[in-house]
Design a protein around this ligand. Structure first.
Ligand code: ATP
Length: 486
């Protein structure tokens, strides 16, 4: 619910996970900075994904393409002409709306007034006009239904315009007569960096179909309605993998990747009921099949990852625009013809997930306000129950007191383990307070050094989830933490 979501957003800021961008200047809409613990958590998620792709599959390699690409890339991919949202401005409130959101909000209000059938008609009209790119038709629809601006309450609208979601900037220092020649885009998805490098990687890596290319990197979209924290940002990170297959085998590979990706999500230990597939019924004209993996965010089930069977559309488009062959010679024998499959443009299954959105799902799943009240004594804690392998800090080391040689022993323990995993040292405040602070940033293990440590080399280990404590030998720390983060 929305209270829980607000609490998570505040917690992210208070404990150094996520700050609004350039906050001292009042922030920049839909842009966020990751703080000290957020950056660690994000890196751990990224590393898990990278490993699951490039280390756990012999036939997947990773690349790191530039954010800037030749401008023709985006003509070929369809983004220059097609990556649009129709929008409209209200002249009184000066507010800009995505037309589909504006109409959907109106339809919801109609439903609330018991006019569900009429609302359905409105939506289906809108979808038809939207698909046809009929901007005049969309404007007429808004007029016919007398749809008003939620802020100003008036229907004083501009025309409907297409709004391209790509950010652009200029390249180089000399401006040519034709401004378009200097125009470059900030990539709105990482996938195209993979498609244009398909042959480079296939040849130099001697890859045999089926094989995949993975990539993690920034993407930029000038989202009109940017809200819901890091769910929809203008600058975000994607983790994408294109899997190149023989034409005719795409259906089985699509099913394979659906299952494989769901397994990955479930490996972090959340209940299976928090994930579901949403199969697309309306497909892009080139697509074979498409679905989303949705996660049960505090605001409901929403897209977390997309899995798409894209046919040979992208590579064929790049062949057309670059006039270079982007084909593969398959020397395996086709049992039907007794001859090699030969040359073809491979088909592609794509898995595409937002790193930030994954971060949001991880923190939402982990966030817990636990009631610890006992008879007559009110108590509670906020604990982030991250899987240990994702936790920003794995081990906190506390000397009970700031004297008697205890800090020195704690420092020795830090020195012993910091090369293996992220450790954190703290000597301020009462021990209970220190534990609670570590709970709030999701540290799975804390060890405390006391006077007994000097005698028998044991420490108290305290477990985040159960809050149980036990006495262990210093030498056991590495094994306990190591096992948990594996
Ligand atoms: P949506 O419908 O939510 O706008 P989309 O279908 O346009 O997303 P894709 O183009 O398929 O998204 O991008 C793949 C993934 O990238 C999404 O599943 C999502 O996790 C992530 N993503 C897309 N846009 C954003 C954004 N503005 N901010 C954060 N993550 C995003």
């Amino acid at each position: 619910d929305s209270n829980r979501f607000q609490a998570i957003i505040s917690h992210c800021k208070e404990y150094g996970f996520i700050f609004p961008s350039s906050e001292i200047y009042d922030g920049l809409q839909a842009v966020y900075d990751y703080g000290q613990w957020g950056a660690e958590l994000k890196k751990n998620i990224r590393d898990q994904w990278w490993k699951s792709m490039t280390q756990m599959h012999d036939n997947i390699v990773g690349i790191d393409a530039a954010i800037f690409m030749h401008p023709t890339t985006w003509k070929a991919s369809g983004h220059v002409d097609g990556f649009n949202d129709p929008m409209i401005d209200n002249k009184d409130s000066k507010k800009r709306y995505r037309v589909d959101h504006l109409i959907e909000t109106h339809a919801d209000a109609m439903r609330a007034q018991g006019k569900a059938a009429e609302a359905d008609v409105l939506i289906s009209e809108m979808e038809k006009l939207d698909a046809a790119g009929d901007l005049l038709g969309l404007k007429k629809l808004i007029d016919d239904y007398n749809i008003k601006c939620p802020i100003s309450g008036t229907a004083n609208w501009t025309d409907v315009r297409q709004f391209n979601l790509m950010f652009s900037t200029e390249f180089g220092s000399t401006v040519s007569e034709n401004a378009d020649e200097n125009k470059v885009y900030l990539r709105p998805e990482t996938a195209q960096g993979i498609f244009v490098n398909f042959l480079n990687v296939q040849k130099t890596g001697r890859m045999k179909i089926p094989f995949g290319i993975a990539q993690v990197g920034k993407a930029f979209r000038n989202e009109i309605v940017a809200r819901q924290f890091i769910f929809r940002m203008r600058e975000f990170e994607q983790m994408e993998m294109q899997f190149f297959v023989r034409p005719g085998t795409q259906q089985e590979w699509y099913e394979y990747w659906k299952e494989e990706r769901l397994k990955w999500h479930l490996s972090f230990g959340n209940p299976a009921s928090d994930y579901r597939f949403h199969d697309h019924t309306k497909l892009a004209f080139y697509a074979d099949a498409a679905c989303d993996i949705e996660y049960n965010f505090p605001m409901g089930f929403k897209e977390l990852e997309g899995i798409h069977s894209r046919t040979n559309y992208d590579l064929t488009q790049h062949e057309k625009y670059s006039k270079k062959k982007l084909q593969y010679f398959d020397n395996e024998i086709n049992p039907e013809t007794g001859k090699p499959y030969g040359n073809y443009v491979p088909y592609v299954i794509e898995t595409s997930i937002g790193l930030d959105r994954m971060f949001l799902s991880v923190i939402c799943a982990a966030y817990d306000e636990e009631d610890l009240s006992t008879d007559g004594k009110q108590d509670s804690r906020v604990v982030l129950r991250f899987p240990a392998k994702l936790a920003p800090i794995k081990l906190a080391v506390f000397p009970l007191l700031k004297k008697d040689g205890l800090p020195e022993i704690a420092r020795d323990i830090m020195a012993k383990y910091r090369g293996e995993f992220k450790c954190f040292y703290e000597e301020k405040d009462a021990i209970g307070k220190r534990y609670r602070r570590m709970d709030a940033i999701g540290v799975p293990f804390c060890v405390t050094i006391d006077h007994q440590t000097k005698e028998d080399n044991t420490v108290t280990i305290r477990y985040r989830d159960s809050m149980q404590q036990e006495r262990i030998a210093i030498d056991q720390i590495g094994e306990i933490v190591g096992k948990a983060i594996k």
